[in-house]
Design a protein around this ligand. Structure first.
Ligand code: BV8
Ligand code: ZN
Length: 276
């Protein structure tokens, strides 16, 4: 059996919203796991949707560590495009709803694949950035981190490390680089009994394995996306479920824009649903 799919455009008062609110109210440890889709309503395009960044910049040509080392100037075309969309972006109602859940003691933290800093801007305090951040420049030779100057995003040359002159990259995790803070992820996932999965296509590992890890530990997985994903349909990488028939990871998919669906569940969890 697949996940329950709630089309929020068709059924804005579906009983599953109340169920999800109750799950969050009763959870001992709820956590959010977010991807690029949560920032789309802030004006930052995602990667894999039609018109997303990967339709302009093929990831194997621009977003691997090998591509950067071989041709940093080419990789910087992608980094500048991303930097341009992040500059001036403000958190939306989905980021704000997660921050409000944390402030009310209903969310232990956010694990994000995003590099845009919008969770922190919304007021979330515990944010684990598994794919790094775009606020800083990183030198792969000496490890130095430096603030990202605006001129670098406006210019067209490859910035060089002040300490060792090696070409710098944004402090983001490219394909083939190790993801960050796995100990912190483990800390948040351990004992997590409710996971909100927001705006990710769940295709990039190891992060995409997080919802299945929560599910295996007996937790409930609530998904918020415009469309079903491998988590909804159970066709995620076989080796993560050890063979056997397809089995969905998500218990409920709230289908619709995160800026609508996440606050709708948060209001029910916080008991403020009737105030609208
Ligand atoms: C590593 C950097 C080892 C550039 C990015 C296991 C199995 C198979 C493959 C692997 C595996 N383990 C590792 C791999 C290899 C690889 C991988 O996963 N490949 C896949 C694609 C086959 N993984 C890696 O290389 C990782 N590293 O494993 O290292 C290692 C260990 C030790 C030492 C050395 C090495 C590193 C992965 C990092 C990738 N970095 N980009 C940059 O960002 O500047 S990828 C890119 O995808 C972004 O970083 C992003 O964070 C990530 C995930 O994407 P999503 O956030 O999910 O975005 P997407 O567009 O896909 O989806 C958006 C969703 O939102 C859609 O579903 C859409 O419908 C929805 N949506 C849109 N609008 C809305 C919405 N939903 C709600 N509301 C809306 N309004
Ligand atoms: Zn250096």
């Amino acid at each position: 059996m697949g996940a329950v799919v709630v089309d929020m455009g068709m059924e804005p008062d579906h009983p599953a919203l109340e169920d999800a609110g109750r799950i969050l109210r009763r959870a001992r440890k709820a956590v959010a796991f977010t991807g690029a889709g949560i920032s789309v309503e802030s004006g930052i395009p995602d990667f894999r949707s039609p018109g997303g960044l990967w339709t302009v910049f093929a990831p194997e040509e621009y977003a691997t560590i090998e591509a950067f080392l071989e041709n940093p100037a080419k990789a910087w075309k992608l980094f500048r495009a991303i930097g341009g969309t992040i500059a001036g972006a403000r958190p939306n109602q989905a980021h704000e709803a997660l921050a409000a859940l944390e402030a009310a003691g209903r969310l232990a933290g956010v694990i994000t694949q995003n590099i845009d800093g919008l969770h922190q801007a919304a007021g979330s305090r515990r944010v684990v950035e598994v794919h790094g951040d775009h606020r800083r420049l990183q030198c792969l030779s000496c490890g130095r981190l430096a603030p990202m100057p605006e001129e670098v995003l406006r210019g067209d040359s490859v910035p060089a490390c002040e300490a060792c002159s090696a070409p710098q990259k944004p402090n983001v995790v490219l394909f083939g680089e190790a993801v960050r803070s796995l100990d912190e992820v483990e800390g948040l996932v351990s004992g997590c009994d409710a996971l909100l999965v927001v705006g990710t296509s769940a295709q990039v590992y190891p992060a995409a394995g997080i919802p299945a890890a929560v599910k295996r530990g007996g937790g409930t997985v609530l998904e918020f996306n415009l469309e079903p994903t491998p988590l909804t349909e159970g066709d995620f990488q076989g080796f993560f479920r050890g063979g056997g028939p397809p089995c969905p990871v998500s218990d409920i998919l709230f289908r619709g824009p995160a800026g609508t669906t996440v606050p709708a569940v948060a209001r029910r969890a916080l008991g403020t649903a009737k105030e609208r």
